[in-house]
Write a protein that binds this ligand. Structure first.
Ligand code: SLL
Length: 218
């Protein structure tokens, strides 16, 4: 029997990401269009198909678009468009009513330009899609017993769903996030923290030495 009782003190995290891919438009454009790129924007999780808990995703585009509010009701929660400029999309994620959760709001910045050379050296190839991935987490605090069961049945409880190792293949559509990447980031932060602590220590000692010098010359 599905229960709407909330589970006190329980919190479940669902790691997700938003993405966009963009390539320049080639070939003849219609005269009244100033669009330069075709692009897609989307929302995904790391646990495979999320339609077990997500009812629809609404993408709110820049006001220069006709009908800027676009609703996608089934996976892939992805939208294709063309345009000329970069902007922030509001991504509103709606859960099935049985989840008893409010809609979540994420933001994705649509990137059209590479802003860097190709990692292999040389300029960015014209036909290589520009990609932008943003990691996020949906946190369900005190879910209902029924929703918790759905999350558990879909392996969300107790597993981030993130791959262990960094992806080294060539598929541009694969997000870069992994347990390894997270660990490397934590290591970088820890190293930076150690360096800052070391500098603080050195500066304190220097100040002390200067103060003692001042006392002895007075
Ligand atoms: C910019 N702040 O100036 C941004 C706004 C808006 C992009 C970018 C519209 C397409 C259309 C389009 O590409 N808007 O007119 O249908 O770069």
């Amino acid at each position: 029997m599905a229960s709407n009782k909330r589970m006190k003190g329980v919190s479940v995290t669902l790691p997700v990401y938003t993405y966009n891919f963009a390539t320049p438009l080639t070939g003849k454009k219609s005269n009244d269009s100033d669009h330069t790129h075709k692009w897609s924007v989307g929302f995904k999780g790391f646990h495979g198909d999320l339609s077990f808990c997500i009812k629809k995703v609404v993408f709110r585009l820049h006001d220069t678009y006709p009908n800027p509010v676009r609703t996608i009701e089934q996976p892939p929660f992805e939208l294709q468009e063309t345009g000329w400029g970069e902007f922030e999309v509001l991504v509103k994620v709606y859960f099935h009513p049985s989840a008893n959760e409010k809609a979540a709001q994420l933001y994705h910045h649509i990137r059209l330009h590479p802003y860097q050379d190709d990692p292999s050296g040389g300029p960015w190839p014209k036909d290589k899609p520009v990609t932008c991935f943003l990691y996020d987490e949906l946190v369900f605090n005190e879910p209902t017993e029924a929703f918790y069961q759905i999350l558990a049945d879909n392996n969300v409880v107790g597993s981030s769903g993130l791959p262990l190792r960094k992806y080294t293949g060539k598929d541009y559509a694969v997000p870069p996030f992994s347990v390894q990447m997270e660990q490397e980031e934590l290591d970088r932060l820890e190293k930076a923290q150690r360096e800052v602590n070391q500098q603080i220590l050195q500066l304190r000692q220097r100040r002390l030495a200067l103060e003692q010098e001042k006392v002895s010359t007075n």
